[in-house]
Design a protein around this ligand. Structure first.
Ligand SMILES: Nc1ncnc2c1ncn2[C@@H]1O[C@H](COP(=O)(O)OP(=O)(O)OP(=O)(O)O)[C@@H](O)[C@H]1O
Ligand SMILES: [Mg+2]
Length: 279
């Protein structure tokens, strides 16, 4: 197996992850970008691990350390370059089904598009989904909007690439897929999502419900919370030891961190992909 290392640099991730990144910062006070990138890598590794363990087509995650993730290298082409006119309707249906299955397990990808889907050169299933740091729970207050955006991204791509704009077809009974030949052209959050697992709780995805009912999930959650506390001590050590001090003004950073964690001030990105206050 060939492997790749993904190096997280939070300042370079998509701007729309800003809001979701808030939950990484809960109870954690630091203005260290390296630390934030490390949290992003840890979170992504957790998402990939639970998804892989639950049979989702994602790269096999092997390990993570600091702000890096080691994972399986996928031999394929980004969906952006996909041109197979004979199989695209099945791919469309499978991608929509992936979104629904993911949501049934409690999660929404939030960046599900042609840049984060790899079409494999061989093997089945023929696509692999990547890039998870911005995943949220289906309990997130904006879950429906994120879900709809992921669905719409796929619709837009297939319209643009293949002029494929399927419509709902009430004469069809098959609801096991989407698009031509099926009842529904695309998934609907309310109609189609039926929770069957709580991966969002397992990984404490942004927006996961924190109900204390003594269920297995809650126990797992408590354990995860404890683990997190232990890790925090570890992280302090790591911070001191490596002295990743910011060269930029600390107070500016504090403001950006506050904006990330509280959402109290608008942020934008500069040309280098770093967060700056939009003042
Ligand atoms: N496991 C993998 N196997 C093969 N290629 C990969 C793998 N993971 C990522 N890539 C390639 O690297 C690119 C970036 O990876 P990813 O989408 O995970 O990061 P990102 O945070 O979106 O980075 P960027 O913002 O720079 O695109 C992908 O578009 C894909 O081309
Ligand atoms: Mg990406």
């Amino acid at each position: 197996v060939q492997k790749v290392v993904k190096i997280a640099r939070l300042g370079r991730t998509s701007f729309r992850t800003v809001k979701n990144n808030r939950d990484y910062l809960k109870n954690k006070q630091t203005s260290n970008w390296m630390y934030l990138s490390r949290l992003a890598a840890e979170k992504e590794y957790q998402f990939m691990t639970v998804l892989h363990n639950n049979g989702f087509s994602v790269p096999t995650p092997y390990d993570h350390s600091r702000h890096c993730i080691l994972m399986e290298w996928i031999d394929g082409t980004l969906m952006k370059h996909y041109r197979d006119t004979s199989t695209y309707k099945k791919l469309y249906s499978d991608l929509m089904s992936f979104i629904v299955k993911l949501a049934n397990h409690g999660l929404i990808h939030c960046d599900f598009n042609e840049f984060n889907i790899i079409i494999k050169n061989e093997g089945s299933p023929n696509f692999i989904v990547i890039d998870f740091p911005q995943c949220v729970s289906i309990e997130h207050p904006d879950a429906k909007a994120y879900f709809d955006r992921d669905v719409q991204g796929i619709r837009d791509f297939f319209e643009k690439k293949f002029k494929y704009t399927p419509q709902h077809d009430p004469t069809m009974f098959d609801t096991e897929g989407y698009g031509e030949g099926y009842k529904y052209a695309y998934p609907n959050f309310k109609r189609d999502v039926v929770r069957c697992a709580s991966l969002d709780v397992e990984v404490m995805a942004s927006g996961y419900a924190k109900k204390k009912t003594g269920s297995k999930e809650d126990k797992d959650l408590e354990k995860a919370d404890d683990d997190e506390e232990e890790e925090e001590e570890e992280e302090e050590e790591y911070d001191d030891e490596d002295a990743f001090e910011e060269e930029e003004s600390d107070s500016e950073n504090e403001k950006i961190i506050a904006a990330l964690s509280l959402g109290d001030k608008p942020l934008k990105m500069d040309k280098l992909g770093n967060y700056i206050l939009d003042e």
